[in-house]
Design a protein around this ligand. Sequence first.
Ligand SMILES: [Zn+2]
Length: 95
Amino acid sequence: MLYPIWGIQLSPILAGLAMAPSSVSVVANNLRLGRYRPERAVKGARDMARDPVCQMDVDPKSAAAQSKYQGQTYYFCAVECKVKFDSDPGKYLAK
Ligand SMILES: [Zn+2]
């Protein structure tokens, strides 16, 4: 009879399966938390716009200000940068 052996072999596996949902979610949480910043940084680098005034990387979605100049939208870290830019866009785009 294989059944008793199966029973012995299965029980640790079943115990492991019973534990799995909680340990999987813990691992998933750790992965999500651990990956959150790097993922944002890597992906963000591509999505980031550069503030032409202070050269800071600005997330367009959370930019403090934006300005359209010659069909291009520029994003600013602060309203002060937008004001400076608007007063003399060529100065900041000449670089
Ligand atoms: Zn700025």
